[in-house]
Structures are given as structure tokens and as C-alpha cells.
Design a protein around this ligand. Sequence first.
Ligand SMILES: [Cu+2]
Length: 198
Amino acid sequence: MKSTIKIFLAAITIIGAAAHAGHHEMTHGSTGAEGLGSLPMEEKIALAKAAAPSNVSDNARILDSDNSVLQEGGNGWTCMVGSPPNYENPMCVDATWLGWLDAWMNKKPYKNTANMIGVNYMLVGDIPVDNDDPYNTDESKGTWVQEGPHLMLLVPQELFGSLPRNPYEGGPYVMWEGTDYAHIMVPLEKTTPIVYDE
Ligand SMILES: [Cu+2]
């Protein structure tokens, strides 16, 4: 599992960098080209833990962006520091989501066989994502969204029901409909459309 998480983190870094390359920094508060890459370990741990409530993250395993373990955990949760250089997308995930992340990053089929829903906390927010296509990095096509604080839920896809597939309709919605990686997004704040500069 370690190596697969590492692949995931490497790939999400690439996706993040690609998304940023086509996206003007002003619209989502970059800290600059050098970013936060040289953050002390304690600050990385604090950033990762900020993705979830403290009763989830205090005793979680904490992973750096290169998959090194910054802190061992003991409660079944894994918090990840997010993508360098700016670490805007830390997350805290359960075991079900670890399986999903492995499948997504390695483009393997995925089906939730855990017999329980999966919960993923992203209380800090995320980088821009195409809601239509999990692997699209071209912001000139697709339906791009950048969530603030949100949860992501894995449930059997039959249970998506009539939830919106449009991230801007309001309330929970389905991300990546029609793929194995479809999941429910639960924004905790109003979703503000991304503003692109000319
Ligand atoms: Cu999502």
C-alpha cells in the first residue's frame, strides 16, 4: 500500500501542478513560486491535521507529499499534507478511501467492496478539479470547480439517485459520474465559481 500511496501523491502533485499552470494564481491565493516547500515537519503535520476535526486527525497517521510518515497514527485515519508547493489540498481519509485513491491513481477498476460508506475530510479545501473527467488537466474544457471546505463520500453508485451532477446547483452533488471513481461531494460552504483571467 505504501508504494501505491506514493504513486498517488506523486500523481496528484503533477495534476495539481498542471492545474495551476493553466490557472492564474490570483484567483486562489498562491504564496508564490517557491511555495511552502521547505516547511518544518511540525507545520506540515499541522497542515495535514487541519483537513479534519481534531478528534479525527489528532491520532491519525500523517503522510508527507513524498509518502514518508511524518507521524504514526492509531485510529485508522490517514491525513495527507497535500500537494507541494502550496499544500492547498490536505485530506484525512478512512481505509475505504485509501483503496479508492490507489485505484484512481493507477487507473484500475474500482468498486467499493468495504460494505460501508467511505468518508474523506477536506476541511481546508481543494485545488481546481474537472467535475466531469478525473484525469482532465485542461481547464479550457470540462466543468471546473474549486471547493472550499467539503466532505467526500463513497457510496454504492445506485444510491446517487437524483443528486445534482452539476457542482454549482447547490448542496451535495456527484463528481465524476459515469466512472468507477464517482463519489458524492458535500460542500460545507457555498461553491464559488472559478474566475479565469483573460
Ligand atoms: Cu470529489
